[in-house]
Design a protein around this ligand. Structure first.
Ligand code: HSE
Length: 373
């Protein structure tokens, strides 16, 4: 039998506990032995939870318990989550996480530490919620030269833009609805400003190209300034406004990456990706385009990816799975060099012709790249 501990009993942590309990038999069979939840660590009290008997406050109990072989970190952020992850690895425990902020900022360091201590550090749930994408990218597509990654990687903003278009809601109303469904981060700023999506794109790019892409260096524009008018104008053109992430290998071997709202046209495989769904389109020189699609946020979809990693960690508990993530920094080229068509909404048409595509955004102006394919 293998015992596990969950750090953080929030949306994802509670999903992991629930699905692990509900699908116990199936998970035991897949793992090859019984997987039992021994502790949940959280500073809050949950007296009415069915998991109350295993909830503790002191992480050092987990750290010192040799029965705990796998630690699931669903605390989020880079504070205590980083400290506990380091301590768990130093104590010889495998760590599984959904924490994209931590993976994007410290993934390379934590993978190195895990290598030194012969344990696994797995983070499938950090990108695309329940969609299996990192493992296919790292293992199944390993024979390809990856030339591009394009995706919708934030469920909250995709849900918001869908609700604005379909229900004619303002951005604020649609955000409240996304929060009520548990899609948004505790602080939705990073959803709205594109930082959450940039972190996920950085993780995908690190794994695809073996260069350290820093989320902070990715060209980024969020949806904070998107108005219902923009969404409606995009629809009049036959497109849908979506927050799209793109990273490309350039002909000179360099990389470019950006996150921005784009008008996605029906010819694009991303056109039908609505609500809180995410999709990642990976292009490889041998395979061509492969799209991974599914629920990108929420408690149980994310728990699904976490549990896949837990099972993998249990199955490989004596043998580390090599995930190479180089520390060589990537230098990103300016994405404006990519060209393409732009959608501009402005009262003064003459000004558009003069200034396009660098039209300033304001109440009465908007400028978005058009994604045809
Ligand atoms: N806030 C994130 C999203 C959660 O909306 O996609 C999943 O990473």
């Amino acid at each position: 039998m293998v015992s596990i501990a969950i750090l953080g009993f929030g949306i994802v942590g509670s999903g992991v506990a629930g699905v692990l309990t509900r699908n116990r038999e199936q998970i035991d069979t897949a793992a090859g032995e019984a997987v039992r939840l021994k502790y949940i660590v959280d500073v809050r009290d949950f007296p009415d939870s069915p998991f109350a008997p295993v909830i503790i406050r002191d992480f050092s109990v987990v750290e010192r318990d040799p029965d705990v072989r796998v630690v699931v970190e669903t605390i989020g952020g880079c504070g205590v989550a980083l400290e506990f992850t380091r301590r768990a690895i130093l104590a010889g425990k495998h760590v599984v996480t959904s924490n994209k902020a931590l993976v994007a900022a410290h993934g390379q360091e934590l993978l190195e530490l895990a290598k030194l201590h012969n344990v696994n550090y797995f983070f499938e749930a950090s990108v695309g919620g329940g969609i299996p994408v990192l493992r296919p990218l790292k293992f199944d597509l390993a024979g390809n030269r990856i030339t591009g990654i394009r995706g919708i990687l934030n469920g909250t903003t995709n849900y918001i833009l869908t609700a604005m278009r379909e229900e004619k809601l303002s951005l604020e109303e649609a955000l409240r609805s996304a929060q009520a469904r548990g899609y948004a981060e505790a602080n939705p700023t990073d959803d709205l400003n594109g930082m959450d999506a940039a972190r996920k794109l950085a993780i995908l790019s690190d794994l695809a190209w073996g260069r350290e892409v820093r989320a902070e260096e990715i060209g980024r524009e969020g949806i904070e300034k998107v108005s219902l008018k923009d969404v409606e104008c995009a629809a009049m053109l036959g497109g849908k406004l979506k927050l799209v992430c793109e990273a490309k290998l350039l002909p000179d071997g360099g990389l470019t990456a950006f996150v921005a709202p784009q008008v996605v046209m029906p010819g694009s495989m991303l056109y039908g990706v609505d609500e809180a769904y995410n999709a990642v389109l990976i292009t490889g020189d041998a395979v061509g385009d492969v799209m991974f699609y599914g629920t990108g946020a929420g408690s149980e979809p994310t728990a699904s990816a976490v549990l896949g990693d837990v099972i993998d960690a249990v199955r490989h508990r004596d043998r580390r799975r090599a995930i190479n993530w180089s520390g060589t920094p990537a230098v990103l080229s300016d994405p404006m060099g990519l060209g393409g068509r732009w959608f501009v909404r402005r009262r003064d048409i003459a000004a558009i012709e003069e200034q396009c595509p660098a039209v300033p955004k304001g109440e009465d102006a908007a400028c978005y790249r058009v994604l045809e394919k």
